[in-house]
Design a protein around this ligand. Structure first.
Ligand SMILES: [Zn+2]
Length: 379
């Protein structure tokens, strides 16, 4: 199955009304619109607004000290004993008020917006109680005043120390009924150190009973059959996938599940096991890439640097990187109203000061965004 490529229109026009694209294509074929407002891009490139389809950017505190301790030679166990690790983020997030959580997370959102991001997925998962998970989802929605936010409930991120995993899985299933109106999807961290395939399946069944999409942190540290499990539940995406084998990739191809690759975590953890890029290409599985912005394993708030890392670490092509933060990232969120420049889609644009698309992937730490349009408005 050959993937549809990137279409390039030289001297094209995008026309929009009420936040939706009416026309996108060659200037010569533009229908006769009476435009109320025109933006002359003066020969610049327009891409769809970028999509970061996997982040944990709502959290309190940070883990810079733990990072420093590890550079000074401390082991993971030692930093955990010294109060580090994911539980330290859970503690800080539980202790923060809703307002504090929003204030601390907003600069991270702004950094992504400044690089042309117009749709952003944000996961919960540092609260782990109903009350604190709701607080995180509220913060995520509040951050949706300048970007389209897809909120994902990740109650099954890690098991709180006060309870065993099976009982906590039941609790997550109970939470789903309450958080349902606040979430678009439910995610689970399926891994030897997190939740088993059986526990994951229980949560997925409950999510789908409530009409929510499902996605999975799969096969990051070991091959636990996560990709195939996600595919068997019709998940919109399976994310990480460093240890996924051919059976998992084949299953994803059959179910239309998008592969979300997270080069920031791969880089920060200095991983060496590459995701099965060749197999994903062979079976035509759509590939998305995302920052995985989180305080422990990927403190990355640059979608452009993420594209560079995907090219450098995973050898993705420029076209794959661009599709990974536009059309395929939309598919990873189960969204068909963003991610491409086509009539009927949300008018989300990124206008760039570049000579060719490869510049978006090639540079490190340079932002050539000229202008961002979100829902038809300059923003
Ligand atoms: Zn993640």
């Amino acid at each position: 199955m050959a993937a549809r490529g990137v279409g390039i229109e030289d001297g094209g026009v995008v026309a929009a009304a009420r936040g939706r694209i009416l026309y996108a294509g060659p200037a010569a074929e533009t229908p006769p619109f009476e435009a109320m407002r025109r933006i002359d891009c003066e020969g610049r490139w327009i891409t769809p607004g970028l999509i970061d389809c996997h982040t944990h950017l709502v959290y309190a505190g940070n883990r810079a000290r733990e990072f420093e301790q590890r550079l000074n030679g401390a082991s993971y166990e030692e930093t955990a004993r010294a109060g580090g690790g994911i539980i330290s983020t859970v503690k800080a997030t539980r202790a923060a008020t809703l307002q504090e959580l929003i204030e601390q997370s907003r600069p991270r959102r702004n950094a992504l917006i400044a690089e042309g991001v117009t749709t952003l997925e944000i996961k919960s998962g540092y609260g782990l109680t109903l009350e604190d998970e709701i607080k995180m989802l509220r913060a995520a929605h509040t951050l949706g005043d300048k970007v389209s936010v897809a909120a994902t409930f990740l109650g099954a991120h890690t098991c709180p120390s006060e309870i065993d995993k099976d009982s906590y899985t039941d609790r997550v299933c109970d939470m789903i009924a309450v958080i349902e109106p606040m979430a678009d999807a439910v995610d689970v961290f399926c891994e030897r150190i997190a939740f088993t395939p059986e526990q994951t399946a229980r949560i997925f069944v409950e999510a789908q009973r409530h009409g929510l999409k499902v996605k999975l942190h799969a096969d990051q540290l070991s091959n636990g059959g996560g990709a195939a499990l996600a595919a068997s539940h019709g998940a919109v995406s399976a994310d990480h996938l460093e240890h996924t084998d051919e059976n998992g990739v084949r299953a994803m191809a059959g179910s239309g599940t998008v592969a979300v690759l997270l080069p920031g975590a791969f880089y920060f953890l200095r991983e060496t096991k590459l995701p099965p890029i060749g197999l994903l290409r062979k079976y035509g599985v759509p590939i998305a890439i995302a920052t995985d912005c989180n305080p422990g394993t990927s403190p990355l708030t640059s979608i452009l640097l993420c594209m560079n890392m995907a090219a450098t670490c995973f050898r993705l092509t420029v076209e794959e990187c661009l599709l990974g933060v536009t059309r395929n990232a939309a598919a990873a969120l189960g969204r068909d109203d963003v991610g491409t420049l086509e009539a009927g889609k949300q008018c989300d644009l990124a206008i760039w000061d570049i000579e060719e698309p490869a510049e978006l992937v090639y540079r490190m730490g340079f932002n050539p965004l000229h202008r961002r349009v979100w829902r038809g408005e300059d923003a």
